[in-house]
Each structure stands twice: as structure tokens, then as C-alpha cells.
Design a protein around this ligand. Structure first.
Ligand code: SF4
Ligand code: SF4
Length: 86
């Protein structure tokens, strides 16, 4: 599935978003950006949306937690719903 998606994905730059979702940082420890590996197709759209070097995509997406600012721009761009904030 991942290879089929990559073959059909439109190459190019994802437009820069002006702002992310307005939200408060979570009050509960453990609430963070997470990747559902089974849904990730390795398209790197999230990587192009992230301004904080908080993602690595090598086949599957991984979050570098210490860099993540919880802006959720990546989550907005993920076409498969593989990124969740929970
Ligand atoms: S939530 Fe923001 S900072 Fe964190 S990985 Fe996504 S785009 Fe980058
Ligand atoms: S998390 Fe979503 S946007 Fe990022 S590589 Fe996986 S499928 Fe693509």
C-alpha cells in the first residue's frame, strides 16, 4: 500500500500554513503526538509541514519528542490519519 501511494503522490512542496490549531498545551502528562504505524505510508507530507525538525520519515514517520512544539501542523497535512494527538 505504501509503495502504491508514493507512486501516485503529487511531487512538490506543501504550501506553508499560516498558523496551526489554536489549542492549549495538554495538562496531562503523556498527551503527545503519536504515529499509528499501520496507517503511515511514508509520504513525508508531515515532514514538509513541520517547522521544528521534530519528525523523521524513513519508511515510517517517527516523532522526535524533544523538538515537538505540539503545533499540530503535521497532523493537518497527514493524508491517512496516521498522526494522532492523544
Ligand atoms: S506537532 Fe508541530 S512541531 Fe510537532 S512534529 Fe508536528 S509539525 Fe512538528
Ligand atoms: S505520518 Fe502521515 S504524512 Fe507523515 S509520512 Fe506517515 S502518512 Fe505521510
Amino acid at each position: 500500500m505504501a509503495e502504491a501511494f508514493r507512486d501516485r503522490a503529487t511531487p512538490g512542496t506543501v504550501p506553508i500554513l499560516i498558523s496551526g490549531l489554536a489549542h492549549d498545551r495538554p495538562a496531562t502528562d503523556g498527551v503527545k503526538l503519536q504515529v499509528i504505524d499501520d496507517l503511515c505510508v511514508g509520504c513525508s507530507y508531515c515532514l514538509m509541514a513541520c517547522k521544528d525538525d521534530a519528525l523523521v520519515v524513513e519508511g515510517l514517520c517517527e516523532v522526535i519528542e524533544q523538538n515537538c512544539t505540539d503545533c499540530l501542523l503535521c497532523l493537518l497535512w497527514c493524508p491517512t490519519g496516521a498522526l494522532v494527538y492523544a
